[in-house]
Write a protein that binds this ligand. Structure first.
Ligand SMILES: O=C(O)CCC(=O)C(=O)O
Ligand SMILES: [Fe+2]
Length: 233
């Protein structure tokens, strides 16, 4: 007997219709929240929540990033060849503080933690930056085959500024001619998809170079489907 051919349903993992539903659900929730502010743009959906994290939470996250960062600095800098010169680390997912912070982001946005990648901490020293990029996956790239079946496309990005560098380090959205200045404890969220449920080119953004001081952030990327990398951490 010949084996049946397994049909992979590509649409299951990258459904613009499901993305549109997800966008609607999240934007409805954020629009209804009294402390969430919509950053008006006809070209992309961006929201902020001032003072989302307390000073104590910002401090403990900075400590975690610092504790983790020492041995890997040089390696990270060489590896990224100028494109992303910040140091980044996956925070410890079984830490109760991390779980509480992750939950607070998920609750605010109405998204499931199982659909997000592990929270990332980032530190930028003077001169470090993350050049223009999209957070969504480019579906023509080789890596997409793997990502497609492991969580699929990145839907929303959530980022919290843990401090305020003395100069530089804004998050710039060149297509929107807009930049977000770091504010301690502020949560910035945006939809990486457009109104058609497909990647929105206008979400191009950069972490601009830090001119003076140090910048610390955490980032959380949500996926359309369940992400399985969490169980391997
Ligand atoms: O550092 C920033 O302001 C942006 C970071 C970013 O784009 C990312 O982590 O994907
Ligand atoms: Fe990004």
């Amino acid at each position: 007997m010949t084996k049946p051919i397994l049909k992979t349903k590509a649409t299951k993992y990258n459904s613009p219709k499901r993305m549109v539903e997800l966008s609607q659900r999240v934007t409805d929730k954020l629009n209804a929240h009294p402390q969430v502010q919509w950053l008006e743009s006809p070209h992309a959906q961006l929201f902020v929540h001032q003072n989302f994290l307390s000073d104590a939470d910002c401090a403990l996250l900075i400590d975690m990033i610092e504790a983790d960062s020492t041995p890997s600095d040089l390696y990270e800098t060489i590896k990224t060849e100028g494109f992303r010169t910040s140091y980044s680390c996956n925070v410890k997912i079984d830490d109760p503080d991390i779980q509480r912070i992750e939950k607070s982001i998920c609750d605010l946005m109405g998204l499931d933690n199982d659909h997000s990648e592990v929270l990332q901490g980032q530190r930028y020293l003077v001169g470090q930056q993350f050049k223009n990029h999209h957070d969504y996956f480019h579906e023509t790239e080789e890596y997409w085959k793997k990502e497609e079946t492991n969580g699929g496309q990145r839907s929303w990005t959530a980022m919290v500024y843990l401090n305020e560098p003395e100069e530089g380090g804004a998050t710039a959205f060149p297509q929107l001619q807009y930049q977000v200045e770091p504010r301690k404890g502020m949560l910035l969220m945006w939809n990486n998809m457009g109104p058609d449920g497909r990647p929105n080119l206008n979400t191009l953004h950069a972490g601009t170079p830090v001119v003076k001081g140090t910048k610390y952030i955490i980032t959380k990327w949500f996926r359309l489907n369940r992400w399985h990398g969490r169980s391997f951490q």
